[in-house]
Design a binder for this molecule. Structure first.
Ligand code: ADP
Ligand code: MG
Length: 379
């Protein structure tokens, strides 16, 4: 379907006011759009960069009415907006990505079923829900398993490692006995992500493949380009594009991939810009956030070419604040480093407070420098 482009000074609405929303609304503002964000937290990072911040629950009828009256398009920055709220908005205003796509990506059971039904590769798994007597194949879990809640998990939250059938059932109980997937614990060669942007008429662009290191289930380091063969990188991009097509997706979609025995398995989908794409702000012609605006507004997609040979990004978690506010001077003094802080006042352990990016001629140098700078800020 081709639709008319939404051009500035049209109004873009955002469900969710975290750092992803903050960057997308900054990109929108740069291009001359008006922006409204809905988030119940009065200190949400996107609130200060939006023209208007509606401080209300995501399913607040009055707030949703405001968005549908005042916005030309509404998008999201997290995978857990109530699907019913998206449906309600979609009845009167353009919502991108479509509620149907968000609904799939916000439920691991639906997501895996979608992937399997469409022939995309995933690791061995089964599902647990209280609707049926749990039945777990011992061969799935005897070598180690991860139980993940179907909904509302992020940054490794809502997950529990387990071994054996009894251990898996205990982990499930610990997670509250809610609907879950049980995955075989895989031996990962590495993790990749591919971020693509797709328009409603099927134009699609991908950024170079990112290689990601997670610590305690939270993204720690991203290096681009990924140190994998050209063939594997091309396959990863092809896979991500095919997934976006199969979802008839509009907007920016991140596809997290495991590399196991030189094969790609889809880990999960994020229906939004992604932490592993933050480097595009500093080392790419078009950031994932500007592209989100372009895609949902039906504009032409920007170039995804890199502006540096190599880039690394490290997350700055609240743990870095344990000895007091970090000393940023060494980061700010480095001509190849960029500091990003999201304006969150409370630094809790594991909370994403910011990130830093380093560009260089070669991948290992960028990663080493980014890690070195992060260590240097601790008081
Ligand atoms: P989240 O929504 O928290 O990102 P993920 O399913 O992506 O949840 O899991 C977080 C991280 O945990 C992954 O990036 C990976 O490092 C590790 N992980 C998750 N599932 C598996 C698995 N089946 N085998 C091995 N490692 C896994
Ligand atoms: Mg993940």
């Amino acid at each position: 379907m081709t639709r008319r482009a939404i051009v500035p000074p049209a109004t873009i609405g955002m469900l969710g006011g975290g750092q992803l929303g903050r960057y997308a609304l900054m990109a929108a503002a740069t291009m001359g759009y008006r922006t409204i964000v809905l988030d119940p937290d009065p200190s949400a990072p996107a609130g200060v960069v939006a023209n208007e911040h509606l401080v209300a629950p995501f399913d607040d009828p009055a707030a949703l009415r405001r968005l549908s009256f005042d916005c030309d398009v509404v998008t999201t920055e997290f995978e857990n907006p109530p699907a019913a709220a998206l449906d309600e908005l979609a009845a009167t205003v353009l919502v991108a990505p479509a509620p149907a796509a968000v609904r799939i990506a916000q439920d691991r059971i639906a997501e895996k079923a979608f992937l399997v039904d469409n022939g995309f590769p995933v690791g061995r798994y089964s599902t647990l829900s209280d609707a049926v007597e749990p039945e777990i194949d011992p061969s799935l879990v005897d070598g180690g398993a991860i139980v993940k809640t179907a909904r509302l998990g992020y940054d490794g939250k809502g997950q529990c490692s387990a071994t054996g059938v009894a251990g898996t059932l205990a982990a499930w109980a610990q997670l509250g006995g809610v609907a879950c997937v049980v995955e075989e614990r895989l031996i990962l060669q590495t993790e990749l992500s591919v971020i693509v942007a797709r328009t409603s008429d099927g134009r699609i662009e991908a950024w170079p493949v990112a290689e990601n290191l997670h610590v305690d289930g939270i993204l720690d380091l991203t290096v681009v380009p990924a140190a994998v063969s050209r063939k594997l990188a091309d396959r990863a991009v092809g896979l991500a594009m095919a997934i976006a097509d199969a979802l008839d997706y509009v907007g920016v979609l991140a596809v997290e991939l495991f590399v196991v025995d030189d094969q790609l398995l889809v880990n999960e989908l994020a229906p939004r810009p992604h932490n592993s794409g933050h480097w595009t702000l500093d080392a790419c012609m078009t950031s994932q956030f500007e592209q989100q605006v372009r895609a949902v507004c039906g504009l032409g997609l920007g170039s995804t070419a890199m502006t540096a040979p190599s880039v690394a990004m490290v997350n700055l978690l609240g743990d870095l604040w344990s000895g007091g506010s970090p000393d940023w001077s060494v980061v700010l003094a480095d001509p190849n480093a960029k500091l990003h802080l999201y304006g969150k006042s409370e630094a809790r352990p594991g909370r994403k407070m910011g990130h830093l990016t380093v560009t260089s001629e070669v991948g290992p140098a960028a990663a080493a420098r980014a890690l070195e700078l992060r260590s240097a800020v601790v008081r």
